[in-house]
Design a protein around this ligand. Structure first.
Ligand SMILES: Nc1ncnc2c1ncn2[C@@H]1O[C@H](COP(=O)(O)OP(=O)(O)OP(=O)(O)O)[C@@H](O)[C@H]1O
Ligand SMILES: [Mg+2]
Length: 272
């Protein structure tokens, strides 16, 4: 079943000098239950704008967005807020946790808007979710005292605690080291699979993108399917050029750059 469908969506904003910036141009995309979609693209290409429209946090300038075949534009804001709260889980790159509040408080927050059992049992449900992300022993810890990887896991627990059918992750590994990033992605994959949720991941990291089943690239506001194997090749080539140049010119390499590891495969593919 199609969960969310964008049809010919554009997004423009008027800038301070009265000119118009076209951020998204004619985007059509359907995401179904159980889908895992990745979107890569340069900084400023419109990825976060697109994710916010998919998650009904932002409205397009033109085109249509529908959720489970219902046109979002026609909904009143209260109904839209409920639809989003009941169905969509956001993972933001910068975590966006409530500072000064515990991990448990942060994860309980979305359940404050839930109904019935989810509302009355919110403390236990939040604690179970924190256990699920490996933080059962840190539930009373104040969020800003946790490490970056732990904060991201709290943010994931908060995004997933209401079992959303649509999980939207905006560079979920952007602030994490490689190993922590990989475990965070496995966790998102697992929970999405368990609940047959759709997962849309925005990333600069080709290894993260490769975990998805469908791959897209956003280029200056235009969405196209991405060929990840070609992107990997291009990133390997790009990675090998500066190291060859610095070996030739010797003195031009900054003193703080460590020697290249023997195995260049340890480099991460990245979208430039
Ligand atoms: N409300 C706004 N007003 C003016 N410009 C905006 C607004 N929202 C987004 N933009 C601009 O639109 C472009 C796309 O922004 P967006 O945040 O979607 O990019 P992105 O692909 O997520 O970038 P990054 O990878 O750096 O997060 C940027 O140039 C941004 O400055
Ligand atoms: Mg962004």
């Amino acid at each position: 079943m199609t969960l969310v469908a964008l049809s010919d969506v554009t997004k423009s904003v008027r800038l301070a000098d009265d000119s118009e910036l076209e951020i998204l141009r004619g985007i059509s995309l359907e995401v179904s239950a159980g889908d895992h979609v990745s979107i890569v693209g340069r900084s400023g290409s419109g990825k976060s704008t697109l994710l916010n429209i998919l998650g009904m946090l932002d409205a397009p300038t033109a085109g249509s967005v529908s959720f489970e075949d219902r046109e979002v534009r026609r909904m009143r804001s209260g109904r839209l807020d409920r639809l989003r709260g009941d169905n969509v889980g956001f993972v933001f790159q910068q975590f966006n946790l409530l500072p000064g509040r515990t991990a448990l408080d942060n994860v309980m927050m979305p359940l404050g808007h839930a109904r019935g059992r989810m509302f009355w049992n919110r403390k236990q449900i939040a604690a179970d979710m924190l256990e699920r992300v490996g933080l059962g022993h840190r539930i009373e810890q104040v969020a800003d005292r946790l490490s970056g990887g732990e904060q991201q896991r709290v943010a994931i627990a908060r995004a997933l605690v209401r079992r959303p059918v649509l999980i939207l992750a905006d560079e979920p590994t952007g602030a994490l080291d490689i190993d922590t990033g990989a475990s965070v992605m496995s966790l998102l994959d697992q929970v999405a699979t368990e609940t047959d949720a759709a997962l849309v991941t925005i990333t600069h990291d080709l290894h993260v993108a490769a975990r998805a089943r469908r791959h897209y690239r956003l280029d200056a506001g235009v969405l196209e399917t991405a060929d990840l194997s070609r992107a990997f090749e291009a990133s390997t080539l790009a990675a090998s050029v500066p190291s060859a140049a610095s070996a030739d010119s010797g003195a031009s390499a900054p003193a703080t750059v460590p020697a290249m590891p023997a195995m260049p495969s340890s480099r991460r593919g990245a979208v430039s």
